[in-house]
Design a binder for this molecule. Structure first.
Ligand SMILES: [Zn+2]
Ligand SMILES: [Zn+2]
Length: 378
């Protein structure tokens, strides 16, 4: 069928280019070296820009800074070993290819871990001062800012993904026609997800920008778990809960016309221990309140395990303690890696029971103290 496309018609792959400039004769073209695709991918994820709202009182100034998303610079340091933590190095295509597509935890330096180039120096300081330089008292403003930065980070990454699509589209040069077709089907699925994700996050960003500039936190919700010990996993990201912790459906993850409701998830060191904080806005109550209540109904004695599963299942921007990881049984490591691998595989349907206990003990972060802001726990 593909051979019947006219050379001047749009290519069958959906790139929008003419067939003669896209997939015509692609099986005989030189393959793109993996390192070259990886470099282009990395460049797309290293753009400098400031995501502060336009209507802030102060204008951008200073250069774009490498800002940490994991709140409080001391957090990563506390779990590091020899200046490094473990994390997912998403741009390391070579390494993943060498392990049959299975992601491999990578040692990442503290200066790089969790950073992105999404705010100018002035705005990074001004906006995030209450979470970086002031004592963390779990105020609505501080909890909101955790959510705001996780959202800014995700917007930055979504835009980078969109900018990378043309790179991914072209890696089938020199492949057989059948392989090209299956690759392009995958690209189409990915593009669809990225476009819908961009649309949702742009809308959320405008809501969050309003809260930031008005300083009215009445629509902000938080579910806070304070732990006696420092969590061995530090994260900052957003997730759209599809099922709750019992497997009950919360929202339709398949209909591209329905906006997915998100919440942010952050963990960090605080005092002698640490905390895990979920944040969302009122417009997502219908999904996020039942999700938080379902988490609240789980066994509090094993909350650290439940949260470990949730983090590995949903977040890419997560960093963990080498000391903890290196002492974990191999089967437990494999189970957590599999959660991340399955979540990043768009062709795999989501398992409704994914967040249910898996019989493994991963972490002990000591006693948990829970607090809710802006909503009732039951
Ligand atoms: Zn094409
Ligand atoms: Zn700025």
């Amino acid at each position: 069928m593909t051979r019947q496309v006219g050379r001047n018609e749009s290519c069958w792959c959906g790139s929008g280019k003419k067939y003669k400039r896209c997939h015509w004769n692609r099986e005989n073209q030189s393959p793109i070296p993996v390192w070259s695709a990886a470099d282009a991918f990395k460049a797309a994820h290293s753009q400098c820009l400031c995501l502060a709202p336009q209507n802030l009182a102060s204008a951008c100034s200073g250069k774009i800074v490498k800002a940490h998303t994991v709140p409080r610079s001391g957090s990563l340091k506390r779990i590091a070993k020899d200046g490094h933590v473990y994390g997912w190095s998403f741009s390391d295509l070579n390494k993943r290819a060498n392990h049959q597509g299975i992601p491999q935890p990578t040692r990442i330096g503290l200066n790089i871990a969790s950073t992105f180039m999404g705010f100018c120096d002035a705005h990074d300081n001004a906006i995030f001062k209450p979470v970086e330089n002031e004592k963390f008292v779990f105020s609505p403003e501080q909890c909101f800012l955790l959510g705001y930065r996780a959202l800014a980070y995700e917007k930055y990454m979504k835009d980078a993904q969109a900018n990378s699509i043309n790179i991914i589209r072209d890696v089938d040069k020199g492949w057989s026609l059948n392989h090209q077709i299956s690759h392009q089907n995958g690209v189409a699925l990915y593009t669809h997800g990225v476009t819908a994700g961009q649309r949702d996050i742009d809308e959320d960003k405008s809501f969050y920008d309003n809260v930031l500039t008005s300083e009215d936190y009445s629509s902000m919700r938080s579910y806070i778990v304070k732990f006696e010990k420092t969590p061995t996993i530090m994260c900052s990201g957003r997730l759209a809960p599809i099922y709750d912790f019992t497997g009950a459906l919360l929202q339709d993850g398949c209909d591209p016309n329905v906006k997915l409701r998100h919440l942010s998830l952050n963990s960090f060191a605080s005092g002698d221990g640490g905390a895990v904080v979920f944040t969302w806005l009122e417009d997502s109550d219908n999904v996020c309140v039942p999700f938080a209540r379902s988490l609240h109904a789980t066994d509090h004695a094993i909350l650290a395990d439940t949260l470990t599963r949730l983090m590995f299942e949903n977040l890419q921007n997560i960093y963990w303690s080498p000391t903890w990881w290196d002492n974990l049984p191999d089967e437990s490591k494999a189970a957590l890696i599999k959660r991340f691998a399955d979540a990043t595989d768009l062709t795999k349907p989501i398992d409704p029971q994914a967040l249910a206990p898996d019989g493994r003990s991963y972490n002990d972060w000591g006693n948990a103290e829970i607090q809710a802001l802006g909503f009732e726990l039951q």
